[in-house]
Design a protein around this ligand. Structure first.
Ligand code: TAP
Length: 476
């Protein structure tokens, strides 16, 4: 049965969204040279939240020029001065975190519990962490006098809009670069609020420029002659296109692409703890996470016990109003994403896997998908190979550690993996053999600004976070 709901008015009141937004170029919100307006909607209610501007190639050129001009002075500032701005940005983010958490939840559809407790604290932590590096670059292990690259063109997705912005902007600025960033078309608002935070922090004009728009804006930015560095997070298909555009130019490139993470549960694992990790691995942010644990590999001897416990736990997940603090699973980000998830899940049934979902009422308005589990999955099934980017878990089994490793590595991707076992020696031995950029042991989806993150194979190259994240923005 479906039900109607309206977002809690008291939470909505903490954020003041303007009816429409311009582009943020050279420290000002300005009109486009002719790109027109698009609408961004709340995926939970389909309510229009605001109109934003679609940047043209001419706007891209204006923003890159502004960033180039600002680069001269910004890169010449002592690192300790750049650090002051980054610390100031971090502090303002902390002060405005309630407002930003509600904004992100409205525009993205993810539960407020997550924006409040995961996204926003991590965003502030990233700026604090890289502020700390700004005056210590010569000690970062990249030689005595590392130089910034210049202007960075950054394109980010919709799954963690403000956090992906922080991952890109904080290290770039700390290293002395200036940036032009394009957020995804379905989630432009937190980047526009971030532009306001840059003004509030007194950041020099042109150091950060925000261009809203669709894929064509991203393509124009990546292709622009005036940028020295491209940083992209998103789908592998677009990542390949970008690599082709950048090939043969002076531009340095980092790509953070898709994944099909294996969460491996051995028979000696603490089952209740593993169940929590599996749920967190695939239902956090509705599974719209590049490092999601979307393939569960369970040792045959504990399969029945684990699946019973997992189904019981999935039955307790609360799906619905993302602004409700008790909600575990929010809305899918867009109608297009919902259609992709639906199509892939249907292929699972068509190819012979067994589908299960707890009974749950989904709201009648908005984009929703119930937490779903597939058993009897083989490695040939599309749901075992393709990134679903939704709350859908594919379960496969194994008998020996060697078989677990072989199945985990049998993927075009290599971004993340999880291991659940009591044995430390097994953790280390298995982790060593997994071709995944991040391997978690007895936990999943844990992030920290000090830790590098990135993929192998078609999950991309380059690392974000930690000392390694600076390297992407320095001429070393
Ligand atoms: P993408 O199309 O890759 O979008 C990511 C970003 O790139 C967005 O800002 C997008 O703009 C922009 N973009 C699109 N085409 C571009 C081009 N030719 N040149 C430069 N920039 C371009 O991802 P999506 O369509 O939102 O999602 C599709 C699938 O990608 C998902 O189902 C999921 O599997 C995967 N995905 C992975 C990740 C991560 S973190 N690995 C993140 C998002 C999606 P617009 O959105 O404004 O068009």
């Amino acid at each position: 049965m479906a039900f109607e709901y309206a977002p809690a008015p008291e939470s909505r009141a903490v954020v003041d969204i303007a009816p429409s937004y311009g582009l943020f170029i050279d420290g000002e919100f300005v009109e486009s040279s002719g790109g027109g307006l698009d609408k961004t909607v709340s995926p939970a209610t389909e309510e229009v939240l605001a109109e934003y501007t679609r940047a043209t190639a001419e706007d891209v050129d204006r923003a890159v020029r502004a960033a180039r001009k600002a680069f001269e002075k910004w890169s010449a500032l002592p690192g300790s001065e750049r650090a002051k701005y980054l610390f100031r940005i971090a502090r303002i983010i902390q002060e405005r975190s309630r407002e930003l958490a509600v904004l992100e939840t409205l525009d993205n559809g993810k539960p407020i519990k997550e924006t409040r407790d995961a996204d926003l604290p991590l965003v502030a932590a990233h700026f604090v962490y890289y502020a700390g590096w700004a005056d210590k670059l010569e000690h970062a292990g990249f030689g005595p006098d590392p130089k910034p690259l210049g202007v960075a063109g950054q394109v980010i997705p919709w799954n963690f809009p403000l956090l992906m912005l922080a991952w890109k902007i904080a290290p770039a600025l700390a290293a002395g670069n200036t940036v032009v960033l394009k957020p995804a078309e379905t989630t432009p608002l937190s980047a526009l609020f971030f532009a306001d935070i840059c003004r509030q922090a007194g950041l020099p004009k042109g150091v950060v420029n925000i261009l809203t728009g669709d894929g064509s804006t991203g393509a124009a930015l990546v292709a622009h002659d005036g940028i020295d560095k491209v940083a992209f997070t998103g789908s592998t298909a677009v990542g390949k296109q970008i690599a082709r555009t950048v090939a043969g130019t002076r531009k340095k490139l980092t790509l953070e692409l898709g994944g099909k993470g294996a969460n491996i549960v051995f028979d000696d694992a603490p089952i209740d703890q593993a169940v929590e990790g599996i749920v967190n691995g695939i239902f956090f942010n509705q599974g719209q996470v590049c490092c999601a644990g979307s393939r569960l590999l369970v040792q045959e001897s504990v399969q029945d016990e684990l699946l019973d416990a997992l189904k019981r736990r999935m039955s307790t997940l609360r799906v619905g109003d993302p602004l409700d603090k008790n909600t575990d699973v929010g809305a899918i980000n867009s109608a297009e994403q919902l259609a992709r998830i639906t199509e892939l899940a249907d292929s699972g049934t068509a190819e012979g896997a067994e589908r299960w979902a707890p009974s749950c009422e989904l709201p009648s308005q908005g984009y929703w998908f119930a937490p779903t589990l597939f058993t009897n999955v083989t490695q040939a099934h599309r749901i075992a190979r393709e990134e679903i980017f939704g709350p859908v878990l594919s379960v496969l089994t194994f008998r020996t550690p060697a078989e677990a490793v072989a199945k985990a590595n049998n993927s075009q991707y290599g971004l993340s993996a999880g291991i659940w076992t009591e044995k430390g020696s097994r953790m280390l031995a298995v982790a060593d053999k997994l071709r995944a950029g991040v391997v978690w042991a007895n936990t999943f989806n844990k992030f920290d600004p000090t830790s590098p993150f990135g993929g192998f194979k078609e999950s991309g190259f380059g690392r974000e976070g930690g000392r390694h994240g600076l390297e992407a923005y320095l001429d070393v």
